[in-house]
Design a protein around this ligand. Structure first.
Ligand SMILES: *Cc1c(COP(=O)(O)O)cnc(C)c1O
Length: 366
């Protein structure tokens, strides 16, 4: 009754066997070669082109990449995107981490932080006193997703200011219209089933212009966190400093696989299917319930399931792990009697089904 693959972690997440087989096949001529030469630059080009296709990138937007993962992009945003004051939708560990990084930046004003408790969501509110709105498409720590839409004033006009979106566990899984934001940023080790260490961002002209203007105006920006430097290199299909070549390869393969299956619409539908399986199972169960009570807020890329008192989620997770089903433990700081299950496109919906049957069986035995 075991799933065909036991990896259900929310990041690093399952890397498809076809991805690492292709890496192994090209490794002798690829790994250990210069990232300034065609062999690697072609792969960066495939990543940028593949993501543009996947997202239906607006013509004047650019795919920019650099080293350091999403957390480095948080720091980059404090230097290159936020001019003075930002507003944050904060409803979990990752959105809180970004807000804290901004709060600690001595050159920025105190951010406006809109809070929702774990398991709930909040929306940005138009405010002429802020120049940047920070959204999170999917809060990986709680399994709450929010729509990506620009805040609007009461009269319906779009608020001025950049909209920047942490899409680390949403990109490639949840539907998005990139015209509704200025930077949609993520790392490859979640929805794209590749490795960590890289950040990628779909950037609007307004985001790139903001970054250039802040530097021209005299703001000190460390070169590794300079969006302009990253964009200059990305246009040449390079990174400013040396990237992990395996990460790039796995990402290129995964993005092309997703495009070949039918693109973002296909990936979204696949995540929807997995979400229907896991939430439907929990709703039918007498001892499992979706942690996120509002069904519209429930993530279709990372599901969080609470267990009734007397059903020990940690014991379930330990038993599953003993049987090769790994990383369904809840986000450590949330501290709930819960399992967290990734529903990313690399994961077979049939394996989600098998996982729920395994949980049922383990609970029966406990
Ligand atoms: C994992 C995650 C991060 C951190 O990503 P790193 O690449 O490890 O820095 C940030 N935000 C969200 C929503 C995440 O899921």
């Amino acid at each position: 009754m075991l799933p065909s693959d036991g990896r259900f972690g929310s990041g690093p997440s399952k890397v498809r066997a076809a991805g690492f087989a292709s890496l192994a096949a090209v490794a002798p001529g690829y790994l250990g070669t210069s990232h300034r030469r065609a062999g690697v630059r072609d792969v960066v080009g495939r990543v940028r082109q593949g993501l543009a296709e996947l997202f239906g990138l607006p013509d004047d937007y650019e795919i920019v990449l650099g080293n350091g993962g999403t957390t480095a992009f948080f720091d980059l945003a404090t230097f290159c995107l936020i001019e003075n004051r930002s507003q944050h939708c904060s409803f979990g560990e990752f959105s809180a981490r970004f807000a804290a990084a901004v709060k600690a930046a001595p050159h920025l004003a105190e951010p406006e932080i809109l809070l929702a408790e774990a398991g709930r969501c909040c929306a940005p509110v138009a405010n002429d006193a802020v120049d940047t709105y920070a959204l999170i498409h999917n809060e990986t720590s709680t399994g709450v997703a929010m729509p990506v839409t620009r805040p609007r004033h009461d009269d319906g006009t779009v608020a001025a200011g950049l909209v920047i979106v942490d899409a680390t566990s949403a990109a490639g899984c949840l539907a998005v219209d990139l015209a509704e934001c200025d930077a949609y940023y993520f790392a490859p080790q979640k929805g794209f089933g590749a490795e960590g260490g890289l950040w990628l961002a779909a950037c609007s002209p307004a985001a790139l212009e903001r970054s250039a203007r802040l530097r021209t105006a005299g703001r000190w920006v460390p070169p590794t966190l300079d969006l302009g430097v990253a964009a200059e290199n990305s246009r040449l299909n390079q990174t400013y400093n040396t990237p992990a070549l395996a990460t790039l390869w796995l990402l290129a393969e995964q993005v092309e696989w997703m495009n070949a299956q039918g693109g973002l619409a296909w990936a979204v539908a696949r995540c929807d299917t997995s979400a229907a399986i896991v939430y439907g199972w929990a709703e039918d169960s007498s001892w499992a319930t979706p942690f996120v009570t509002a069904s519209a807020d429930r993530s279709h890329s990372v599901a969080t399931i609470d267990f009734a008192e007397g059903v020990d989620a940690a014991a379930i997770a330990a038993t599953l792990r003993h049987n090769g089903i790994v990383d369904v433990e809840p986000y450590r700081k949330l501290g709930r009697n819960q399992l967290r299950i990734a529903l990313f496109p690399a994961i077979e919906p049939a394996d989600i089904e098998a996982l729920t049957a395994c949980i049922d069986w383990v609970v029966g035995q406990l």
